[in-house]
Design a protein around this ligand. Structure first.
Ligand SMILES: NC(=O)c1ccc[n+]([C@@H]2O[C@H](COP(=O)([O-])OP(=O)(O)OC[C@H]3O[C@@H](n4cnc5c(N)ncnc54)[C@H](O)[C@@H]3O)[C@@H](O)[C@H]2O)c1
Length: 336
């Protein structure tokens, strides 16, 4: 997709962070933008911005896990704009951190429900409508660099994101004959409010977490995201990726090489000699190239002597990524 002007974009999570940046960039490119978000306060703030800038935007309050509401939102787009979407951007997501062994069903049901289930619902709702409209178009999703890495404290999140990446690849191949492109955007740190999700954004029915989540851990996460990529810059990377019909956008100068290095661990995992190689690598300090990658992904400049975490708080002091204290099977001394 190269021409955006006059076309319709539907962006989930479009009222904050990455999604809001995407809404701005695509509105500035002349698109009629629909922002769909579960938080009314975020929608109100975003709509005030579009009004002030005199850019066309339409807000829909939508929980992406609610399939009936999703279908109603798709009907609303057709009613308001006379046609279905040309560009579908599935960006709504949440996260929470803690040891994999402390994870509860609620941790999985909530995070996987929004991050994976929400993308499934977007695809099942809109793909038939897009095909029937016969206009071609493009589908993108804000996945995560986490899709390439299984961290010891990110189990539900990185599993959901890896699943989304795989899912999008199926659609990328399947939708090509219909003239519908698919792009997976895989950023690391973004300047956003995702740190709010684990407390303010977590619904009552999924409250039983196994992780230590407090105002202090939230403040720590906020300090990390303060160094993240500007959502507008991220959205420019996505726009370029869509223009180039690129399946994967890892939005850094070293992006393709980062993927190569990250995936090479599977070659190691696949043989006894490889496992030995992998064990050896774990004992080595990060290489110069890995330090460069971290700097690009996390938003600090190692060449200027900056070190992660670049925020004022230390994750150890605030208990970030730890289990709730009352889980008697979690040994805090066993660090993966
Ligand atoms: N922040 C990061 O560092 C980072 C890194 C990689 C990927 N991502 C991904 O980027 C996407 C956007 O996150 P962000 O960092 O901009 O966070 P954000 O919290 O600033 O924005 C996300 C928006 O999604 C909305 N949302 C949450 N649950 C929803 C639901 N069930 N239905 C509809 N809307 C919902 C929130 O209300 C919020 O407005 C997410 O998928 C996230 O996983 C974020």
């Amino acid at each position: 997709m190269k021409d955006f002007a006059g076309k319709i974009a539907f962006i989930t999570g479009g009222a904050s962070g990455a999604g809001f940046g995407q809404a701005q960039i695509f509105a500035e490119a002349g698109m009629k933008v629909v922002i769909a978000d579960v938080r009314q306060d975020h929608l109100d703030e975003a709509m005030a911005y579009f009004k002030e800038k005199n850019l066309p935007a339409h807000a829909i309050k939508l929980d992406v896990t609610d399939r009936a509401a999703y279908a109603a939102a798709a009907d609303e787009v057709e009613k308001v704009f006379g046609s279905t979407v040309d560009l579908l951007v599935l960006t709504a997501g949440v996260n929470v951190f803690g040891p994999a062994e402390a994870s509860t069903y609620d941790d999985y049901d909530w995070v996987v429900g929004v991050c994976f289930g929400g993308v499934v619902n977007g695809l099942v709702t809109f793909v038939p409508r897009m095909i029937k409209a016969g206009k071609g178009g493009h589908i993108a999703s804000t996945v995560s660099w986490g899709a390439f890495n299984a961290g010891p404290t990110t189990a539900p999140y990185s599993a959901a994101k890896a699943a989304v990446l795989n899912l999008l690849e199926s659609y990328f191949i399947a939708l090509k004959p219909y003239g519908i492109g698919v792009t997976a955007l895989c950023p690391a740190n973004i300047r956003s409010r995702i740190y709010e999700a684990a407390i303010q954004g977590r619904p009552e029915q999924f409250k039983n977490t196994g992780y230590n989540v407090t105002e202090e851990t939230q403040k720590f996460l906020a300090s990390i995201h303060a160094n993240g990529m500007d959502p507008r810059v991220l959205a420019e990377w996505l726009k370029k990726g869509i223009e180039n019909e690129q399946f994967l956008v890892v939005p850094y100068p070293s992006g393709p090489r980062m993927v190569e290095v990250a995936l090479s661990r599977f070659v190691d995992y696949a043989s006894p000699e490889g496992m030995k190689r992998w064990e050896e690598k774990q004992k080595q300090p990060p290489s110069e190239e890995e330090i460069k990658f971290m700097a690009e992904r996390e938003g600090y400049d190692a060449s200027k002597g900056m070190q992660p975490p670049a925020g004022p708080l230390n994750f150890k002091d605030v208990g970030f990524g730890k289990a709730k204290k009352d889980l008697d099977w979690v040994d805090p001394n066993k660090k993966a």
